[in-house]
Design a protein around this ligand. Sequence first.
Ligand SMILES: *Cc1c(COP(=O)(O)O)cnc(C)c1O
Length: 412
Amino acid sequence: MAVKLPIYMDNASTTRTDPRVVEAMLPYFTEKFGNSSSRNHKFGWESEEAVDLAREQAAALIGATPKEIVWTSGATESNNLAIKGAARMYAKGPSGTTGRGHIITAQHEHKAVLDPCKRLETEGFDVTYLEPPADGVITRAMVAAAMREDTILVTIMWANNEIGTINEVPEIGELCNSRGVIFHTDATQWVGRMPTDVERDHIDLLSWSGHKIYGPKGVAALYVRRRNPRVRLEASQDGGGHERGMRSGTLNIPGIVGFGKACELSRLEMDSERERLLALRLKFERELSARLPVVQVNGHAERRLPQLTNISFGFVEGESLLMGIKDIACSSGSACTSASLEPSYVLKSLGVGDELAHSSLRLSLGRWSNEEEVDYAINAIVKAVEHLRTMSPLWDLHNEGIDVSKIVWQTH
Ligand SMILES: *Cc1c(COP(=O)(O)O)cnc(C)c1O
C-alpha cells in the first residue's frame, strides 16, 4: 500500500474529527437548531435532549454522573475555571491580601495550568511548582512533601502532552482526599485513551477536550464533583446562569453533540486502539534505537502513554532535522517564542540539555495511524539523522572518542 503524504503524527496537538462524530453533529446546525434553554417549545426540548445525551456519554467515559459535567470551550477554559474557580472559592482571606492559600502544581504542566497559577500568585496565593525528576513522573511522595497546613488545591496533569509520562494521579487523589485538599487533574491527553474513574481515583475536578479525542475543536468539559465532597467554583463569566451558574452562555449544541459522540466512540474502542497504537509506538522506539546510535527516548521507560513518544537525537541540529523529514507532520523540542526558538521548557525541566532538546521529536499516533506510515517515518528519520551527522564535525570528534561536552570553545 502506498503511503499518502504528508503523514500526520501530531495527534497530541489535535486530531482529525471522526466522520461518525461529524455525522452526529450535522442535524444540530440545520433542522435541530433550537436553544437548549428554550423551555417552552419543541426546538428547545430537542436540543436539551441532545445535550442531556452528550452529558451521559461524557460522564460514562470518566465514571461520573451527568450533572457533574460542565461544558466549556476547551481544556484551556476547563483548567482556568477549575484552578481559579476553586482557589477563589476556597481562599482564606479577601482579595488583595496575602497568604490566601497554597497551591501545588509542577513545572512541566501545560501552560493552561501554569498561567492560571501565575495569575493566582498575583492575587495573594502561594504556588509550589514541583521540579520533576529526570523520568518526568510526579509521585504521591513529592506532593506529600510539598503539602502545607494552608494547602487548598493540588493540580497535577494525568499524562504529559510533550513526553507522555503518566503521573501518580490515583495516589495523589487519595492523598488529597485524606487531607481535605481539592484535587484537579488536566487529563486532556489521558481521557479517551486510558480507563478513567473519578470515584475510584479520588478526583474532584478533571479537564478534557473534544479535539484531542477525535471530536470537534472549541468544545470541552470540566468534571466538578457533586458529593463527598461537593466542590464549588467561583464562576469566571457571569450571565444567564447556565451550567449550574459556573459557566454562563448559550450552549454550543452541535459541538456538545460531537463531544458526546467522541466520548462514546472512545469508550467503546479505546481498548483495541490502545493495544494497536502501543505496538506501533514500541516499534518506533525499538527500530530507531537499534538503527541509530546516540538516541534517547525521553521520560520514564514504562509509565508513558501508548500513543506518544519523544525522542532526542544527539549530534543533529533540530531545525535541519525537521527540514529533513518534511513529509512527517510532528512537533519538535523547540517552541517558537516571538523572537527566538526556545528549547522546550518541559524537556528542560527534566534536565535535557538545550542542544538535545532542540533535536527532539514528539511523534504522536492516532486512530488513523498505520504500520506503513510508521515504517515510512522510521526510514525517513534514520536517513535524515545519518545525513546530518555526516556533516557534523562534532559527530566526527565523538566517534574519535572525544567527549564533546568537555570541549572548551574559544569565543571572540
Ligand atoms: C491540548 C491541551 C490543552 C489545551 O486544550 P484546548 O482544548 O486546546 O484548550 C490543555 N492541556 C493539555 C495537557 C493539552 O494537551
